[in-house]
Design a protein around this ligand. Structure first.
Ligand code: NAP
Length: 339
């Protein structure tokens, strides 16, 4: 029997790239997507992809679709327990094992909720092989932890029927492959706040450092994990060990600010390219309307450092896409609508 995939978030930056990557590489897969509204050109671009209308709160629709698929790739919202519960319930209805590939993110491992390393380099670099005990016992207050826990607990309880993988990318850059949202989050948010301040900025020493991955490199990793799932498990790890970092480079806030400042000045968006040091209070005043209080500390002041050791070991994962600094001008142009 061929592989039946159910993909969510297929109009998003990451989910849209995943759908496009899978359709391009595996036209033989039988693919269904969940869409809450269907882009006009969707069926022209993906004539063989079936569409189910619904959203992440449509428990019955999600569960039924998952029960019909041997591989579910859930994207779009890494903090939505009801959709995960529905997909898991559906996969458990199957008579044969089902695979769930869940999109999380390294926000789970960021140090932003304590002041110790804000604006400073945290020496801790997380390993997705050696640190799995620590990773799986992070507190519920961490970003994406509640959803990761749902996945890991379900895998521990139903490991014979439910094979899970958690994809944990860092900040992503580069143009997405999908037909709707093709831009990421971090570069546009930083550019927007830099425009508000009138300068690119950092806080503390600016040595706080985060991992990054190009969307194309992340898609190569996704493809390996999806192909393994479609093949019944392949050489991928599942369950507690099914945890995949994807970072290919690290950049400090100060270096990001310097590179961004040059580009914004070149495009006459700011007058002075030199980064300016701002206080933590100024950081806290940013992005006030967001649902997570002080999320600007996470974005601009924290560390989030990970090494993709599992992907390297299992799949020989290595970056081949342009680095962030090579892609930054394009991403900034896209963000400010000047391309
Ligand atoms: N971008 C990054 O750098 C990054 C890195 C690591 C982790 N993450 C995490 O990955 C997740 C997705 O990020 P993204 O950048 O791909 O987001 P995005 O571009 O905004 O895509 C969100 C997708 O999810 C769909 N969606 C959202 N809520 C839905 C609902 N209630 N019902 C049905 N569909 C829904 C959207 O559909 P519509 O088109 O209908 O809105 C869209 O397809 C986020 O939780 C983010 O925290 C992102």
């Amino acid at each position: 029997m061929g592989s039946k995939l159910f993909i969510t978030g297929a109009t998003g930056y990451i989910g849209g790239s995943i759908l496009d990557t899978i359709v391009t590489n595996h036209p033989e897969y039988d693919i269904t997507v969940l869409l809450r509204s269907v882009p006009l050109n969707f069926s022209t671009r993906y004539p063989n992809v079936k569409i189910i209308k619904g959203d992440y709160d449509s428990f019955d629709i999600l569960a039924e679709a998952a029960s019909q698929a041997n591989v579910v790739v859930h994207n779009g919202n890494s903090d939505h327990p009801p959709s995960l519960n529905a997909l898991i319930a559906g996969l458990l209805r199957r008579s044969t094992p089902g695979f769930l590939i869940f999109l999380s993110g390294t926000g789970m491992l960021s140090d932003w909720q304590s002041e110790t390393y804000l604006g400073k380099l945290n020496p801790k670099i997380w390993s997705d092989i050696k640190d799995m005990d620590e990773i799986t016992s992070r507190p519920d207050s961490e970003l994406h932890r509640i959803t990761e826990k749902i996945v890991q607990e379900a895998a521990a309880k139903h490991g014979d029927k439910l094979k899970t993988a958690i994809m944990c990318p860092p900040d992503i850059y580069g143009r997405g492959k999908g037909l709707a949202k093709t831009g990421s989050v971090m570069v546009p948010v930083f550019v927007n706040e830099a425009k508000n301040v009138g300068r690119v900025f950092y806080t503390g020493q600016g040595t706080n450092t985060r991992g990054w991955v190009h969307i194309d490199d992340l898609m190569r990793l996704y493809l390996k994990v999806v192909e393994a799932a479609a093949g019944g498990g392949g050489n991928a790890d599942w369950g507690k060990e099914g945890y995949y970092f994807a970072s290919t480079q690290e950049i400090s806030q100060l270096d990001l600010a310097k590179a961004t400042g040059k580009i914004l000045k070149k495009h006459n968006i700011i007058d002075n390219e030199e980064p300016v040091q701002i206080s933590l209070e100024q950081v806290d005043a940013m992005l006030k309307g967001r649902s997570i209080p002080k999320i600007s500390r996470y974005l601009f002041a924290s560390n989030s450092r990970t090494r993709p050791e599992r992907a390297e070991k299992l799949f020989g994962y290595k970056p081949s896409a342009p680095t962030l600094f090579e892609a930054l001008e394009q991403d900034i142009s896209d963000a400010v609508g000047k391309n």
